[in-house]
Design a protein around this ligand. Structure first.
Ligand SMILES: [Zn+2]
Length: 288
């Protein structure tokens, strides 16, 4: 799903209307810098226009959608982060708080959630707010109470304030789960190991497309290229130790860990081997 889907746009408008009603958002006259050449909104500080590259700006006053940051709670608190107590990113909660008290959420952009139903013709919702509506729309489709958005710490820093009034709707809430960067450009260095293990395409795909993304939830500060061989060996050890049938008690413990934001199971060989069995069973459409 993207913020250009009709389902996402209608959810976003519902959320905006609710927020306008309680005063968390306002529509007010604001003076903002725009590009003199093309009229695109620009930031302050003489950056070139994102649309045309011009550095010539002027100020324009007009109606905008504005978020008032809540005074009674921080931009991010523990309940916004999907992580066990020990893995709470205190640094992020601190840095995300350093934002202006008022944020303009209407943007000039050629795509995104159209704000003309609110009388803001020619504007879309800032994508930093819109991405939250996208995740909540996906959660609604799955009738989930909690949606967990996987995101790097930098990106969370970038969108947390804009998302403050877009993380809960109709009893569904959104949390962030932080993950680290993965060195995908270096996976070719695994070729000798692939050969040594006679890894099939399915095994290689499982590592790159399934295990590495999960591993990045554990390695929140990032994974270095020289760690890849050890991570692949860890994955292969679990793969080769797969039991004939998954142990229900082990799976239950993993499910509990996942829901609590605990990532230790990811480097536990026995847990991983059982999850691989359950995943394989799910992929071929049978119940464990
Ligand atoms: Zn421009």
């Amino acid at each position: 799903m993207t913020d250009t889907d009709a389902e996402v746009a209608s959810l976003a408008l519902e959320m905006i209307e609710n927020n306008l009603r309680v005063g968390a958002l306002n529509i007010s006259r604001e003076t903002v810098p725009i590009c003199r050449a093309c009229g695109h909104m620009t930031g302050t500080g003489g950056h070139p226009c994102n649309a045309c590259g011009s550095t010539d700006t002027q100020e324009r006053t007009g109606l905008h959608l504005v978020a008032e940051l809540a005074k009674d709670r921080p931009v991010l608190d523990r309940s916004d982060i999907h992580a066990s107590h020990r893995q709470q990113p205190k640094h992020l909660q601190h840095t995300a708080a350093h934002v202006a008290q008022r944020l303009i959420l209407s943007r000039t952009r050629d795509h995104g959630i159209d704000l003309s139903p609110l009388g803001l013709n020619g504007f879309v919702l800032d994508p930093r707010a819109g991405i939250h509506a996208t995740v909540l729309a996906a959660a609604r489709r799955h009738q989930a109470d909690v949606a967990v958005m996987t995101i790097t710490e930098n990106a969370a820093n970038h969108i947390a304030a804009h998302g403050q009034h877009f993380r809960e709707h109709g009893g569904t809430r959104l949390q962030y789960a932080l993950h680290g960067h993965l060195p995908y450009d270096h996976t070719a260095s695994l070729q000798p190991l692939h050969d040594a293990y006679r890894a099939t395409q399915e095994i290689k795909d499982g590592f790159a497309q399934w295990f590495l993304p999960i591993f990045s939830l554990r390695a929140k500060t990032g994974t270095q290229p020289n760690q890849l061989p050890a991570i692949f060996k860890q994955y292969m050890r679990a793969y080769l130790a797969k039991p004939a049938a998954a142990d229900e008690a082990v799976l239950e413990a993993v499910q509990y860990s996942v829901s609590a934001g605990d990532t230790e199971w990811i480097t536990n060989g026995q847990a991983l081997a059982n999850v691989m069995v359950a995943r394989r069973t799910a992929l071929v459409g049978r119940r464990v």
